[in-house]
Design a protein around this ligand. Structure first.
Ligand code: PMP
Length: 439
């Protein structure tokens, strides 16, 4: 029913969709843009809002999969990009902005040396390569259910169905996509999040074989799961004891959870931090930061971290504006206040209508998770019924709020340009949705 309502409001979008399938595979530009009943064909964005080609306005809580922490068309980002565009956007040589950005990142994350790439995938790929290059070992450890991008080594045990994944405390490494060689999948060992004993056993069972561990320090791709008290500290300690490098994937969490990501929030410093998404203010970006020890391996030519567009001047100009002009303490206090308003509103509604759901939020990110019990890890997540979240997603969309399409997995991202009015639009819709459910 709600799908019909949506399609009726989007005649131009439907026509564009029909045209798109003839020249774009699947009618979209990424397979995760395919969702029912059709993608939002955006014409433009401004501040906290996006507009589809049919002229419908949406409060944007999808925010480009969480990359638009500064909101759309931020005047300072626009100015930085326009100035750079006039002065040339690509030379494959470093610019001063790249140094300013690295200096700022070093302050925020407590890691001295940086390199750039163009996406989160490239950041985690470089991290994995680097850990292997330094240790001359092939195996890595990742968390079951964590998404780190679409390169082979980390396309393992993400979004699989239940039967083939093995017992919870000894999960099998399962390819998460077609096209991933079994031989590579076998080099990736999988452990459940927040279960230190399993990690300890895996480290003990593979002496001298494991190059490093990659972990999203707050899990963000299966709802939102924070680390248990002491977990990250123990991960840091154990990896160090076993001579295994540790990389934090802060592609999602990097700036959205606070000025220096989870690294700063929890005060646990890994060997490598991976960044992307919000760093570029909407321009494609990626970065890895590391300790002197780790990054000297790049500096000395031990690992060639390369790419035609690395440190692209347009990206660097945008990132400089984002970091040095926008994401300051004031921005974070405003985001905190908005988050509190979101959470309080959601909790009130969940309580009042006794919905089988709960709210998790950290920094600019949050999610209503439609599960009666708290999701502790990937296994719980697989059992969540996503009919509620899809219905809620559609209801919000039909009432002017755009959330990520996978309600079960993806969360809202606020931006520095969102207002209390935007939050209230979401809350009002959620209340009406809850009312309709309880009728
Ligand atoms: N790591 C994490 C934690 C992510 O959420 C994502 C993307 N959602 C990536 C890496 C990959 O980033 P990209 O899509 O920019 O390649």
């Amino acid at each position: 029913e709600q799908e019909k309502v949506l399609v009726a409001r989007q005649p131009k979008s439907s026509r564009l969709q029909a045209r798109a399938v003839r020249s774009l595979a699947g009618g979209t530009t990424s397979s995760w843009q395919i969702h029912r009943p059709q993608p939002i064909w955006v014409s433009h964005g401004s501040g906290s809002k996006v507009y589809d080609v049919d002229g419908n306005e949406y409060v944007d809580l999808h925010n480009g999969y969480g990359a638009m922490l500064v909101g759309h068309g931020h005047p300072l980002v626009v100015e930085a990009i326009a100035n750079r565009a006039r002065a040339g956007t690509h030379f494959a040589q470093p610019t001063e902005d790249a140094v300013v950005v690295a200096e700022d990142l070093a302050q925020r994350f407590g890691l001295p040396l940086w390199r750039y790439g163009n996406s989160g995938t490239e950041a985690t790929m470089d991290a994995v390569h680097l850990m292997r290059a330094i240790s001359s070992r092939d195996k890595i450890i990742k968390i079951e259910g964590s998404y780190h991008g679409h390169h082979d080594s980390v396309q393992v045990s993400v979004y699989q169905e239940m039967p083939e994944i093995g017992p919870p405390h000894a999960p099998r490494s399962v390819p998460a996509s077609s096209g991933i060689p079994r031989a590579i999948v076998d080099q990736t060992l999988v452990v459940p999040f927040n279960e230190i004993d399993v990690l300890e056993r895996v480290l003990r069972d593979h002496p001298g074989e494991i190059a490093g561990m990659i972990i999203e320090p707050v899990m963000m791709n299966i709802g939102i799961i924070p680390p248990a008290p002491g977990y990250l500290e123990r991960v840091r300690q154990l990896t160090r004891e076993h001579g295994v490098l540790l990389a934090f994937d802060e592609v999602k969490t990097g700036f959205t959870t606070g000025p220096g990501g989870v690294t700063r929030l929890y005060g646990v410093v890994p060997d490598i931090v991976c960044l992307a998404k919000s760093l570029g203010g909407g321009v494609p970006c990626g970065a890895i930061g590391g300790s002197d020890e780790v990054m000297s391996f790049i500096a000395n030519g031990g690992y060639d971290q390369v790419g035609t567009f690395n440190g692209n001047p347009l990206t660097m100009a945008a990132a400089r504006a984002v970091l040095t002009q926008i994401l300051d303490d004031g921005a974070y206090s405003r985001l905190d206040a908005l988050r509190e308003e979101m959470v309080a509103g959601c909790e009130e509604i969940i309580g009042k209508y006794e919905l089988p759901a709960y709210v998790r939020a950290i920094g600019a990110k949050g999610a209503v998770i439609f599960s009666p019990t708290e999701i502790q890890g990937y296994r719980d997540f697989l059992t969540v019924d996503n009919r509620f979240s899809h219905a809620h997603w559609l209801y919000q969309l039909n009432n002017g709020v755009f959330l990520p399409p996978w309600g079960k997995a993806e969360q809202w991202t606020l931006s520095v340009q969102h207002t209390s009015e935007d939050v209230q639009r979401f809350i009002t819709n959620f209340r009406r949705f809850a009312e309709a459910l309880s009728e």
